[in-house]
Design a protein around this ligand. Structure first.
Ligand code: TAP
Length: 449
């Protein structure tokens, strides 16, 4: 049994039994057996079952959100949005089932057509930072495309996934088509990766574990989608709306206490406005409301665990902290948002993913240097560009080597648009109009006439 803790209070919420290698293999076997029937459901029926699942999630949003606040420390406002995101992503891919079209390709001597064939059993491995949306981004398109799913939530945050598994059954998704298997990564997750009956792994988490999954998956030639770390840049040009750029910068990095692979954790500012930007940033950071995440006005909650708090705090040792925001004292894994002025571009705090409420601010001379600095990372997931010159905004957006960028905004993730990383931030794309393709094989059939 594993204790599930509330990171805001350090109290135990409940205990959850983890699966063993044997029970994981049994579940994979049942998912493999369920595949033939699930893939044979008509497109209309599968779409309706996903819509039914979406309605069940919708009716349970407050409960799911409360679970997320309790186990992950998410603010209640964000947690409601995350539950609603699962509903929306189910509806979006329900709409895709009947529109996942093949091609008819002109050839000599007959007719050539393509089919999108489902893969079989898809194993989804979810981290603790966004337990609900990340689960939904995997299982909704996987199920829509006709696959069965086994899903492993993070040990620290299994409760919303377990509830989603119950809601799937209550809404009519057939038995064993969608199974949630709590347990350890090294047991349940590793078994997904090793078992030849799992056709694809969707993994979100650390680059280190992602690399291991990629290597281990090769042994059975599994398809993989990997969403890994990030160290994204928020580039502020001198001609930007500086007030807006500074006011929003904290929300581009401190959302979810910075435990966000898309966190814009490196702010790069054109040197002519560097001092002014810092002046504007200070009150914005100090104004972030860090408090009990169940409070309606909370803007940032605690870190996920004592161990993670220690890791993030370690990054702040021996660095120049320009200023910090506030955080509660007492029980809970609290850390005030911190703004750091690095001494060199190779400082660990500039190059490594902190995954906490810490941001660095550096200066650049011109557009070319801004792009070079943004790209000076082995990650490439997200980023923002602030400028009033739309030509420069687009040039910089094309120049920055990341998968999801925004200009004059920090919003780059939507269920209807593709999401994923360049370089060591991952492989493949989730969400958007083409996501179901990555849960199918393309089959080409020629019929002689
Ligand atoms: P990971 O250790 O990568 O865990 C992510 C998921 O993978 C968890 O469900 C974990 O299980 C599972 N896992 C662990 N070892 C596995 C294995 N050998 N085979 C299959 N699955 C395995 O990440 P973490 O400990 O949660 O966080 C560590 C760091 O990763 C963070 O500080 C951050 O830098 C990064 N991270 C990035 C993201 C995103 S969205 N890119 C998300 C979370 C973390 P258990 O933990 O339950 O055992």
């Amino acid at each position: 049994m594993t204790e599930v803790l509330n990171p805001a209070t350090e109290t135990t919420i409940t205990e959850v039994a983890g699966h063993s290698v044997e029970s994981t293999k049994d579940a994979i076997g049942r998912a493999a057996d369920a595949f033939a029937k699930w893939r044979a459901t008509s497109a209309a029926e599968r779409a309706e079952l996903l819509r039914s699942f979406a309605r069940a999630v919708d009716a349970d949003i407050d409960n799911l959100a409360r679970l997320e606040v309790a186990e992950a420390g998410h603010t209640i406002g964000n947690a409601r949005g995350e539950a609603a995101n699962v509903r929306d992503v189910l509806n979006y891919f329900a709409g895709g089932v009947e529109r996942h079209l093949g091609d008819q390709i002109p050839v000599a001597g007959g007719v050539d057509i393509t089919f999108h064939e489902p893969l079989g059993v898809v194993g989804i491995i979810v981290p603790w930072n966004f337990p609900m949306p990340i689960a939904g981004w995997g299982f909704a398109p996987a199920l829509a495309a006709g696959n069965t799913v086994v899903l492993k939530p993070a040990e620290l945050t299994p409760l919303t996934a377990i509830r989603l598994g119950e809601l799937a059954v209550e809404s009519g998704i057939p038995e064993d088509v969608f199974q949630v298997l709590p347990g350890r990564g090294s047991v349940v997750g590793q078994t997904f990766t090793d078992d030849p009956r799992v056709a694809k792994i969707v993994f979100t988490g650390s680059t280190e574990v992602g690399e291991k999954i990629l290597v281990d998956s090769a042994k059975t030639m599994k398809r993989t989608t990997l969403e890994l770390g990030g160290k994204s840049a928020n580039i502020v040009f001198a001609d930007a709306d500086l007030e807006k750029a500074a006011a929003t910068a904290p929300y581009g990095v401190f959302d979810n206490a910075g435990q966000d692979c898309c966190a814009r954790s490196r702010i790069l500012v054109e040197e002519s406005v560097f001092d002014r930007f810092l002046e504007l940033l200070e009150p914005a950071v100090k104004g972030v409301k860090v408090t009990d995440p169940a409070q309606e006005d909370a803007e940032m909650g605690p870190l996920i665990s004592a161990g993670h708090l220690q890791t993030v705090s370690g990054f702040l040792e021996g660095v120049d902290v320009a200023f910090t925001g506030q955080a509660p004292s007492g029980a809970g894994y609290w850390l005030a948002p911190s703004v750091v002025l690095p001494r060199t571009p190779r400082d660990r705090i500039v190059t490594e993913e902190v995954f906490g409420p810490v941001v660095t601010v550096q200066r650049f001379r011109d557009e070319a240097e801004a792009i070079a600095m943004a790209n000076d990372s082995h990650y490439g997931l997200s980023g923002s560009i602030w400028t009033r010159d739309i030509g420069r905004g687009l040039r910089a957006a094309r120049g920055v080597e990341t998968g999801a960028l925004s200009v004059n905004s920090h919003s780059a993730v939507r269920y209807s648009t593709p999401f994923g990383g360049f370089k060591r931030s991952g492989i493949g794309r989730e969400l958007g109009p083409h996501a179901m393709d990555s849960f199918t094989e393309t089959k080409n059939v020629f019929i002689a006439t």
